[in-house]
Ligand binder design. Structure first.
Ligand code: NAI
Length: 319
């Protein structure tokens, strides 16, 4: 039945995000076929996934109820797209963020898929109306935008095309839940979806505060990592309002005018260049030099933090 999906998942594009999706689908017990235009990418992906999964197992962070070898045996490479998609129930496109390339691949898939598969794009900012318009199977198309690294950050933004069938959204939602991800439904498409709109609002005010000499770049980051970010890992901005007064309406009563007064002082869209960019860059490089080795080490530390936070969130939910 469509409400309990089962079967084969095809990953189109076996780079960073394709690999993460493959691991997640395998953790949910799905058979995964990895496709890429470059054979070497498929080989690298399979090796890389094996290594990652072993590390996850050692850290006690492997997802799902199957053992590591069982999960690995579910994932295979496939260098023929037509063969890969035959009888598949879900296709997750993960090729580079380039509209023309993605449109070309969807046109290609449109010609070879049946009426039952869901065609899902990992795009972080291309709109479904741009990606899927004109496809014969547009009803089966959706954007499912993950957050890096998807194995530890569960959010998936589901963004429909205006012609996407409600059943496509429901099926993809159920599939994401089955993987232990946290899907949210965008009811309409909008540039930046929800996550990047919020992220850019924060980046933009952060930039202005530094630009105006109100706070240093490193202190600005602490406002988030040691302040707002602590609570935002557990409750969102709206629930924060609800809890920080005697309920939401009381919060609006008490703080609405103050919020409006401050919000009216927000400046224009920053340029993200020039002297401020140099200043922010210098501060960031003091903390993490921008050579590949230091950046990779810091990313690895970040992912370890996220892995532990994911565990903590799991424990807190089950209480
Ligand atoms: P990537 O560059 O690591 O991987 C892309 C893969 O697609 C490569 O293996 C490449 O060989 C393959 N490819 C290129 N042309 C192809 C074709 N015609 N057919 C099949 N495969 C082809 O890119 P990454 O970072 O994995 O991004 C993939 C998608 O995921 C993008 O749309 C990106 O916006 C989205 N995304 C990326 C996030 C990130 O943090 N990297 C986060 C959320 C979404």
């Amino acid at each position: 039945a469509s409400s309990t999906p089962s079967g084969v998942v095809v990953i189109v594009g076996s780079g960073l995000i394709g690999r993460s999706w493959a691991m997640l689908f395998a953790s949910g017990g799905f058979k995964v076929k990895l496709y890429d235009i470059e054979q070497q990418q498929i080989t690298n992906a399979l090796e890389n996934i094996r290594k990652e999964m072993k590390l996850l197992e050692q850290a006690g962070s492997l997802k799902g109820s199957l053992g590591v070898e069982e999960q690995l045996s579910l994932i295979s490479g496939c260098s023929n797209l037509q063969e890969a998609v035959e009888g598949a129930m879900h296709i997750q496109e993960c090729v580079p963020e380039n509209l023309e390339l993605k449109k070309k691949i969807f046109a290609q898939l449109d010609r070879i898929i049946d009426d039952r598969v869901v065609l899902s794009s990992s795009s972080s900012c291309l709109l479904p109306s741009k990606l899927f318009s004109g496809l014969a199977h547009v009803k089966q198309c959706i954007v499912a935008h993950p957050v890096n690294p998807p194995y530890y950050v569960p959010l998936v933004e589901l963004v429909p095309h205006p012609e996407t069938a409600p059943a496509t959204v429901d099926r993809t939602y159920a599939l994401m839940k089955k993987l232990g991800q946290s899907p949210v439904r965008m009811l309409k498409e909008v540039d930046g979806f929800a996550l990047n709109r919020l992220q850019y609002a924060i980046i933009s005010e952060a930039w202005r505060l530094v630009e105006e000499g109100i706070i240093s770049p490193s202190d600005l980051d602490l406002v988030m990592s040691d302040g707002l970010g602590m609570r935002y890992a557990f409750i969102g901005p709206l629930e924060t309002m609800h809890l920080n007064a005697e309920g939401m309406l009381n919060y609006c009563d008490r703080y609405g005018e103050g919020m409006k007064r401050v919000l009216k002082t927000f400046g224009p869209t920053p340029e993200f260049s020039g002297a401020t960019a140099a200043k922010v860059n210098q501060a960031m490089c003091m903390k993490v030099p921008d050579d590949p080795v230091h950046l990779a080490a810091r990313r690895q530390w970040r992912d370890e933090c996220l892995m532990k936070l994911a565990k903590l969130k799991g424990q807190m939910q089950s209480q």
